[in-house]
Design a protein around this ligand. Sequence first.
Ligand SMILES: [Zn+2]
Length: 628
Amino acid sequence: MLDYRRLGLRAGLEIHQQLDTKRKLFCNCPTRLRSADESTYEIRRGLHLTESELGEIDRAALEEARRRRLFIYKGYDTTCLVENDEEPPQPLNQEALDVALEVALLLNMTPVNEVHTMRKIVIDGSNTSGFQRTAFVASNGKISTSDGDIGIATLCLEEEAAQKVAEDKNGVMYSLDRLGIPLVEIATKADITTPKQARIVAEGFGMMLRSTGKVKRGIGTIRQDINISIAEGARAEIKGVQALNLIEAIVEREVLRQVNLLKIRDELKRRGAKRVKTEIINVSDVFASTKCGVIKKALKKGVFAVRLPKFGGLVGQEIQPGRRFGAEFADRAKRFGIGGVFHTDELLGYGITNAEVTTLKKRVHAAPEDCVIFVAGERSKAALALEGVVERANMALKGVPEETRRALEDGNSAYMRPLPGAARMYPETDVLPVPISQKRLKRIKSALPELFPERRARYIKEYALSEEFAGLMSRSSKARLFERIVALGISPTLVVRTLEATTSELSREGVPVQSLKDEHFMEVFKLIKVNRIAKEGIPLVLRSLAANPSKTAEEVALELGLRTPDRKEIESIIDKVVQSKEGFIRERGLRAVKPLMGVVMKQLRGKADGRLVNSILKEKITAIMREK
Ligand SMILES: [Zn+2]
């Protein structure tokens, strides 16, 4: 294991959490996600960047502009001219600002006196306007975790970007449904010093945010970016981590990558490697009769190579488990629509022969210690790709480059773009500043939500729930519903079982439980309360309600014939069973109760209370036993 303290690991999290508001941040559209095939219109844009907007030219913007791509946006009957960037934004959503302030206060942060909306340049087309609107809301707080306090630098209220739905080398297709959903962006200070601590802090944020009951839940509604550096390395910002269980691995593997890049730097230094020149050589003739499929296909366009002096053997070295240094070059080349990237450290697997490698090396005057990287494709694209490769090689001489990276599913990461420069924000003049009054803060402060650990303790104390059930229910999105139902005078344990276990069992059976609303559950428990149905009938009623959500629980119970039979009716059913099994009862005595329970309950189909049936059954069996 690596010694993180000695390596000087510093990490910070940037959490993006979507808010569950009715309307979007700068228009009145609902915050509802749609499927791209429900789209009702489409707009097309090129990337429109102007130098005046950028101030000084941003490295990341420059690289994106070089790729010249087309952006297509899918619109819906739930999006409007604001998302299309055909109309100026409306005033900042006050509901969203309230939630952002609530989160800020929960994190002991200091809110600003006046909220100013700014424009942050985005270059990947994820916003139709070419920038993301962001409002700085609060600064300087902390979150307490089981692994210590972590400082929080800033909290911003932002508009969510459009969702990418498809991508090829010519362009990207985005969906406008997500664009403009409010989100809070919380940036911690780089106080995190171990991978494990990163996970604990991320979990802490997740719990705190869900405690408010005002954030969206489910996949993609919370994303983390992680800034990671070691003392001798450089800051890498790893974007788009959705799974909490990946955070630890991502930090571990980024540290490993930086450590290995530093080793490569030291080896290059030892070999006396110098700055690499961009000398792109057409080597198509070397592969004129190649058996390598990718190259054969691209031969008409061409094969182009660059020489990396003294890089031989290093490009094939692993820098993350299953990922070689060569992948860092390929990541950069692929951004220009180049498919095949090859290097002389690993060729034979692709059907390229030793003879071809020898000729290639000769052709570019490569010494034994050199590495040759070559790509197959159109000359203009190949040139851009190889310029990217040389740029990356020169960074290797210095060590670790600062960059934005994309999280991969195994905890590794791939290059995305350079870290954006700092001069990317300028004021959004279409949105008026919003002063934050002391009165408003006081109102929010007086109604701060109960956090999960507090709620859990209260559930154990007030409702005598087990630790397990209290933990489950306190973190559940149905916690409020739970309290409403228990207030009817229903057993808290039964309510937890129904809201958590029963619904997930039904869901596993394919019942559309998501169509069950709070009021459905309330109705069911009101019927229980007045003994209109037995608790055994709950799953049946819920199953039927989920399929027919427009009906009431009462209607469904009637249809199912779930009216609770009275004692007389139960007795008559039990009498029949007992008579038909008399021999069995005489043989077994009270041990016959259990098997006969099953028979009787089956006939009652969940319509009667099990305890009542059990006691009647016992009476009847005892009576028979006494007869003799
Ligand atoms: Zn809209």
